[in-house]
Ligand binder design. Sequence first.
Ligand code: SAM
Length: 339
Amino acid sequence: MAGSTHEAQGLVDPFGRVIRDLRISVTDRCNFRCTYCMPMEGMQWLPREAVMSFEEIERLARIFVARYGVEGIRLTGGEPTVRAHLPVLVAKLAAIEGPAGPVDLAMTTNGATLRQMAGTLRRAGLRRINISLDTLDREKFERMTRRDELERVLDGIEAAKEAGFDPVKINAVVERGVNDDEIVALARFGRERSVEVRFIEFMPLDADGHWDDGSVVGQDEIVAAIDAAYPVEQLPARGAAPADRFRYLDGAGTVGVIPTVTKPFCGDCDRVRLTAEGRFRTCLFATDEFDLLAAMRAGETDDELAARIEAAVGTKWAGHRINQVNFVRPAKSMSQIGG
Ligand code: SAM
């Protein structure tokens, strides 16, 4: 595929969307068992040899960034910080240059080990960090994550700020009847700690399969709850970013909502994903995957891998079908895909 038009223009899908963001899952393993994501027991981990090595991740990342001008990479999982020697991978990826300069390297984490790791990750070249926190109540935290780790996560948020990550963003999945009574408390936490809380609508990617329409708290309801306590106004269009953002009228920062279910933003989607075992996905809800790791291990050249990537991007859907009768859940749950 060397010299193809896509190469000059970037990676463009059939609907004219330019791919600028790559999510890489570095492990399917996690030290939490969040009820909206993983089962309590019985998760089948990938065998070590099935997971991409750092060199394999770096090689694919280089194709996306250097060849196609992908601007951002976000490391995720599973829980990325449980992958041994993660800062080594961060340093390798941070060194990759695209046409627009060094890649913008970010990570999503549960935050539990950031007191130990935040400084090292920052020095290795990680630029941005999102930390998941769905409740401020210790017992509820234990029910939702099946781990008694609230204090460590709160300390991890402080450690990320002390390490110089700015902004630190908080991801909070809202599930009806579970933590929807804490929307205002979480918003207040964000205001007081100067972190941007981003509320995420619960998506049908839970391993337990208990998601249904009724468990989703939609953006309008989330914003109304916040606005009643702390008036907000919506900021101008989000572009390709997943969150709609709102400004507190009293100047105490911003808050976001990722309305995947009630206000899908697929028309602006610029994201693709690599699972920990090197499968390429063009949508979080895709039912097809493209096995780049097998191709790489079979000895394919960068041009051959690029041809596979272009062909896969050529299948990217116009949008997910969560709200349609023909929606089919992906066989994998969020932790196996890489959220
Ligand atoms: N372990 C890391 C963490 O906790 O942030 C990274 C992986 S986790 C799968 C990435 C994000 O996906 C987290 O913010 C998590 O809350 C979110 N998530 C997981 N399952 C979800 C679901 N069913 N609906 C919406 N968000 C979900």
